[in-house]
Design a binder for this molecule. Structure first.
Ligand code: SF4
Length: 176
């Protein structure tokens, strides 16, 4: 099974990548995050995710940074809180784009780490993935990124590898 794994950043994907390598999975990491602003922050997260993939000898691909398209897609929902309707759209369009790429490039399934962070509502990510999957006809393969010690391992790896960890999801800084 050839997997395309949508990753938002190195901290959310590190423990999942490590585990998938250990399990001998055939996978590639896809970086499709037109939601991240400013552009310098996007570049920083991309380079860090690439560094992580290089360490584990995992292929890494970057899809287009189309922030204008993303902003049009979430228009009218700018003031929604994190976990609100803007996130529904954001998850859906990113997953759908990656599923389209997967279909065109010989992958069997798509996975993601979009629900790994404790700030995320995992069921919201899964609902978006299901919708995109039904429309694209490519299965969504859920990977465990939270339970079974995965959160602890994630924190360890962030420290061990000195991974850059941002303090907001992507579209604007968190207010807390
Ligand atoms: S908070 Fe994160 S998931 Fe939600 S819309 Fe912004 S970038 Fe997307």
């Amino acid at each position: 099974m050839k997997i395309l794994l949508l990753s938002c950043c190195a901290p959310c994907s590190c423990a999942v990548i490590e585990r998938m390598v250990r399990e001998g999975r055939d996978f590639t990491v896809a970086f499709y995050n037109p939601n991240i602003v400013p552009y310098g922050e996007y570049e920083k997260r991309k380079e860090e995710n690439k560094r992580l993939c290089d360490k584990y000898h995992v292929s890494f691909i970057e899809l287009e940074y189309d922030n204008e398209y993303w902003r049009q897609a979430v228009k009218g929902y700018e003031e929604e809180p994190e976990r609100g309707k803007r996130c529904d759209i954001c998850f859906y369009i990113r997953l759908k784009r990656v599923m389209k790429y997967a279909q065109e490039n010989g992958f069997d399934v798509v996975s993601s780490v979009l629900g790994v962070s404790r700030y995320k509502d995992l069921s919201q990510v899964n609902r978006a993935a299901e919708k995109a999957s039904q429309e694209c006809g490519i299965p969504y393969f859920m990977v465990e990124g939270r339970k079974g010690g995965m959160q602890d391992r994630r924190q360890q790896l962030i420290k061990e590898l000195n991974l850059y960890s941002q303090n907001y999801c992507g579209c604007h800084p968190r207010s807390e």
